[in-house]
Design a protein around this ligand. Structure first.
Ligand SMILES: NC(=O)c1ccc[n+]([C@@H]2O[C@H](COP(=O)([O-])OP(=O)(O)OC[C@H]3O[C@@H](n4cnc5c(N)ncnc54)[C@H](O)[C@@H]3O)[C@@H](O)[C@H]2O)c1
Length: 377
């Protein structure tokens, strides 16, 4: 991994030109330094901005273009007839809007009791109202969960467990994308904290209930929503502590890679323990939702132009998550990266077992859990 470690500028008093020194960090053990000049200070700022912001953004947009080309030539998954889910309980994070909402809607239609776990109370309550207006026998409710606060995650789980309900499906769907640099309650970078660490803690704390609720002819299922953006992710657990070189594009990609690594490791743990629970990860494609609201203005404009033609609707985008949560074909099948209803290959880095193990251990530490296996302290 290549990242700018330090940059400094020496300005010549006479002509205003100077020299820029850049230290590149290939890995923690190898430092290389070189000097370039003459470069004036405005160039330095431009180069700095280019390297830190534009390159990750370009990479992410290229991945987006590739995904859109796929969608140009392929129809979204048409869901098969799915088995009834009466008596089963699901939690869907971020289920108040977008793909999460469509997932909740479909699961309730199949007879599941669904809990929308989200941070916007009004949106959550409106979602419940809309679903109940559509079907008055729908079993759906809202519970507050702010993934930007590990304290809130713990409170949510405590409240849920207090009710003594089983849990058959957990959909880790909520996310933020391209948010400006801010921290979660515990001081983690937002993409890392909300998209990954919050879900890591939520899943870990609910794992015993999922294990107890599954049976060997009817596994409990953990469905985690990642993104094709994970292909440009580079795992850096220091992401949360970074002061310089913040790129929201890179931060989103890292968080989505972490979710894939986590899912694969989790499945290994579940298989080794013989537990009736599976964990799969889903790439929903490019879907027209509010997730894109933090795009810069030119990208917003470009997105608006192509969205109608090439983006999938929230219902179409949700179909693979619904499939992963309920399809008979996936009974007892875990550790898959699913895209448009099919298994696909995820990024090479996601299969690195040492990295999976490292992330697992570090995540336990950051979330305040005892490692191996992750247990509440
Ligand atoms: N839309 C796309 O093109 C696309 C592409 C790839 C992956 N995804 C993934 O699909 C999933 C669903 O996204 P969407 O497109 O429906 O976006 P969305 O913005 O419509 O929904 C995101 C949900 O996450 C919730 N959320 C955000 N921060 C939260 C927090 N701190 N605590 C609890 N909930 C929080 C929001 O309230 C919202 O309900 C995300 O994981 C996203 O990364 C989307």
């Amino acid at each position: 991994m290549l990242e700018i470690h330090r940059a400094s500028l020496k300005r010549n008093r006479v002509d205003g030109y100077g020299e820029v020194r850049v230290t590149l960090l290939y890995n923690p053990a190898t430092l290389h330094q070189w000097s370039m000049g003459p470069i004036n200070s405005s160039n330095v700022n431009e180069m700095w901005w280019f390297l830190q912001c534009i390159l990750p953004a370009l990479k992410l947009y290229l991945i987006g273009v590739k995904a859109l080309l796929y969608q140009l030539f392929n129809n979204p998954l048409a869901l098969p007839v799915l088995p009834a889910q009466n008596g089963k309980v699901a939690i869907v994070t971020g289920g108040a809007r977008g793909m999460g909402y469509e997932t909740v809607r479909h699961l309730t239609r199949l007879g599941m009791h669904v809990i929308i776990a989200s941070n916007h109370d009004n949106e959550g309550l409106t979602a419940v109202k809309r679903i109940c207006e559509e079907r008055n026998d729908a079993q759906v409710e809202f519970e507050h969960l702010d993934l930007a606060s590990l304290r809130s995650v713990r409170q949510f789980v405590k409240k849920f467990k207090h009710r003594g309900l089983p849990l058959h499906v957990l959909v880790n769907n909520a996310a933020v994308m391209l948010v400006p640099e801010t921290k979660t309650e515990e001081g983690f970078e937002q993409h890392f904290g909300i998209n990954y660490l919050g879900h890591f803690l939520l899943t870990s704390l609910l794992l015993d209930t999922l294990k107890q609720s599954g049976q060997h002819d009817s596994y409990s299922r953990i469905v985690t929503i990642s993104s094709s953006a994970h292909h440009m992710g580079q795992l850096s657990l220091k992401e949360a502590e970074r002061r310089h070189s913040y790129s929201p594009h890179a931060a989103y990609a890292h968080s989505k890679l972490a979710l894939v690594l986590f899912t694969y490791r989790l499945q290994q743990e579940l298989t080794a323990g013989g537990f009736p629970v599976t964990a799969n990860v889903v790439d929903p494609g490019m879907v027209d939702t509010a997730l894109y609201r933090h795009l810069c203005s030119p990208a917003q404009l470009a997105k608006k132009l192509v969205a109608r033609l090439l983006f999938w609707t929230a219902a179409q985008g949700a179909s693979t998550a619904i499939f992963a949560a309920t399809a008979a074909e996936l009974e007892g099948v875990g550790g898959c990266y699913l895209h448009n209803g099919r298994r696909a290959r995820s990024a090479a880095a996601s299969y690195d077992e040492a990295l999976q193990a490292h992330l697992w251990t570090q995540s336990c530490r950051l979330a305040g859990l005892l490692p191996e296996p992750c247990r509440a302290d």
